[in-house]
Design a protein. Structure first.
Ligand SMILES: N[C@@H](CCC(=O)N[C@@H](CS)C(=O)NCC(=O)O)C(=O)O
Length: 270
């Protein structure tokens, strides 16, 4: 493990580690950094020597928490995490919902105890604190382009993918959590297929959604598509741009090492 990196001390508890370092809930090899702070000894330890709380990710199986894991790996950031039992709906009950009334995962607890939920808001926060390498953009123009695409893929593709799952293959898990519309599942699947058709030519000649830049828009789309692929909802073989993009993103070290251990049991990518 590497120590703290100068200039990257915006938040205590955030430390830079090499890509592919142990997952944050594992024991840290060296619990102290040069400042003499306890970075983290294990996921059960929530304070440094001064008793101050340390930033923490609420993590679980699932495409959105996976997106955050990819983001952190791309940045080389290591933040301790607490695992939330999504299968047992721990995220839908107190005390979790007192902190995050949205009742979903991931969330980020800041050093001062503030909770930030919504994956995009977490990305934006971490990006401001740790701008390099940029995953939203270096310039106002790049950031605007990423935000435009991120919003497009989330609203038009990812949300339809997730609702197709919640109302269809995942209905048993979700039916007692919020209002589900099982009658919409089949139609949502067709909407997703339409969106794959829409995206495919837009990726022609591009490495990533924003051209040469790998961004949070790629992370969001990839995680949703990889997850739903386990139910058989995939691009058609002729949608070669989309398939090549998915393979390109999937071959990144950060992506390959981001799956949650529950994948073995659930047989879905999250
Ligand atoms: N809008 C939220 C969505 C987060 C979300 O859908 N999380 C899923 C895991 S991928 C979840 O918590 N599912 C369990 C549930 O909704 O009860 C975000 O962008 O962070």
């Amino acid at each position: 493990m590497t120590g703290a990196v100068p200039g990257n001390h915006g938040s205590r508890g955030v430390r830079v580690c090499p890509l592919g370092a142990q997952h944050a809930h594992d024991t840290f090899a060296d619990p102290t950094d040069r400042d003499g702070l306890v970075v983290a000894i294990s996921r059960n330890i929530k304070a440094d020597y001064n008793g101050a709380p340390i930033m923490k990710v609420m993590d679980s199986f699932g495409p959105n928490p996976r997106g955050l894991r990819i983001y952190l790996k791309e940045k080389g950031l290591e933040i301790p995490n607490t695992q939330i039992d999504i299968g047992a709906a721990e995220n839908r009950a107190k005390p979790y919902t007192d902190k995050n009334p949205g009742g979903q995962i991931p969330a980020l607890e800041l050093d001062d105890g503030t909770w930030i939920a919504e994956t995009v808001a977490i990305y934006e926060y971490l990006e401001e604190k740790n701008p390099d390498p940029p995953l939203i953009g270096k310039t106002a123009e790049e950031r605007a382009e990423t935000r435009m695409w991120h919003r497009r893929v989330e609203l038009q593709v990812c949300e339809n993918i997730f609702n197709n799952f919640r109302f269809g293959p995942g209905l048993d898990m979700f039916k007692d959590r919020f209002r589900c519309l099982p009658e919409a599942a089949e139609g949502l699947k067709k909407v997703v297929e339409d969106k794959f058709e829409w995206l495919d030519p837009l990726l022609q000649g591009k490495q990533f959604i924003c051209g040469d830049r790998f961004t949070t828009a790629d992370i969001a789309l990839y995680c949703a598509m990889d997850f739903i692929a386990g139910t058989g909802l995939t691009p058609k073989p002729e949608q070669k741009n989309l398939l090549a993009w998915k393979e390109r993103v999937g071959s990144r070290e950060s992506v390959k090492t981001s799956l949650h251990p529950a994948v073995e049991q659930l047989k879905l990518a999250g």
